[in-house]
Design a protein around this ligand. Structure first.
Ligand code: SAM
Length: 311
């Protein structure tokens, strides 16, 4: 987790805003079913936690957190106490040692709540191996859904949301990064990337090279926090806009899908003529439509016209 957001030109931006504990509290103690409960937590603004998430944190018999201090702090803000319940640390560096203890609690029929440091557990955060192990051992796994920087960035990006793909952090090593760019650049979907502020200049430069400067993109910084910023434009525009300036805070980059260049009519006809020599009209049209990314119905009409013209 990047903590650069705490020392920047934009001023300190605490992950969890200080506020008075709610009088009496809003959380309700519930009879929580045994099993593993993932609880999404705020990505900045402390009040971005659901009432159900708070109910689960109040009621779970065992609490597990990527960062136990962050969870304690969040619970304090919302007037919840850990009390005498176990609070177990579970993060990238101790997963193998901590998992058996958590699985034992699940096997004893306890309700276990897990929070990563911020946002939705498992999304570029620990929790996947824990979920797999719990599922394999036959324990129920559920969640209190809530904030995720990826989804909020998509919402505010202005990029198409009908098909999107979360691709996480790009690899740090140059060769792997170049392969990664080539591999995912042509996916016909909006792409959501996480990147550290230290590497965002380099990333934008490389994406311009691999994916083109004109590709639409939105840079989202410090979402839900005091210095939230959303810049919409193109990869080239974002790269030039940032220039050499120091960038602080947490970042999500949302990149629009590659622009589809409409194939030339003569190319469509040539592909259809070739396919009609081997296939029935319907199959030829389907094959060409798929290969050229064109609407099937249009290609079918053109295939019929070519076939009739040839007879
Ligand atoms: N599980 C989290 C989620 O659901 O978004 C993501 C955790 S990942 C370790 C941390 C990365 O998420 C950051 O480096 C940044 O790319 C992104 N991120 C988290 N909070 C953010 C925020 N408030 N604004 C922008 N990006 C954020």
């Amino acid at each position: 987790m990047d903590h650069d957001d705490d020392d920047g030109a934009t001023g300190p931006t605490p992950r969890l805003e200080a506020m008075d504990p709610p009088a009496g509290g809003v959380a309700r103690r519930v009879a929580l079913a045994p099993g593993l409960w993932f609880v999404a937590t705020p990505i900045g603004a402390a009040r971005d936690i659901t009432l159900r998430g708070l109910d689960i944190l109040l009621s779970a018999e065992v609490l597990v957190a990527e960062d136990t201090r962050t969870l304690r702090h969040l619970m304090e803000i919302h007037g919840l106490k850990v009390g005498d319940r176990p609070l177990i640390a579970y993060h990238d560096h101790n997963g193998a040692e901590a998992r058996p203890r958590i699985l034992r609690a699940l096997a004893e029929g306890r309700s276990v709540a897990y929070c990563s440091e911020a946002g939705t557990p498992v999304v570029a955060d620990p929790g996947y191996q824990l979920a797999r192990a719990a599922i394999e051992a036959g324990h129920p796994v559920s969640a209190a859904p809530g904030p995720s920087a990826a989804i909020m960035a998509l919402s505010v990006s202005g990029q198409p949301s009908d098909r999107f793909m979360f691709v996480g952090f790009p690899p740090a090593q140059a060769g792997a990064r170049a392969r990664w760019c080539d591999e995912i650049g042509s996916i016909p979907a909006t792409l959501i990337l996480y990147e550290s502020p230290k590497r965002i200049h380099r990333l934008l430069g490389e994406l311009c090279e691999h994916w083109g400067e004109m590709r639409p993109a939105t840079l989202c910084r410090e979402l839900t926090k005091r210095f939230e910023e959303v810049r919409r434009g193109t990869l080239g525009g974002l790269r030039d806009g940032i220039g050499d300036a120091t960038v602080k805070g947490e970042i999500v980059l949302v990149v629009g899908r590659p622009m589809v260049v409409a194939p030339d009519a003569a190319d469509v006809d040539a592909a259809l003529q070739e396919a009609l020599g081997r296939l029935r009209v319907k199959d030829a049209a389907a094959e060409v439509a798929e290969a050229l990314g064109l609407p099937r119905r249009d290609v079918y009409q053109r295939a019929l016209a070519l076939k009739e013209g040839a007879e």
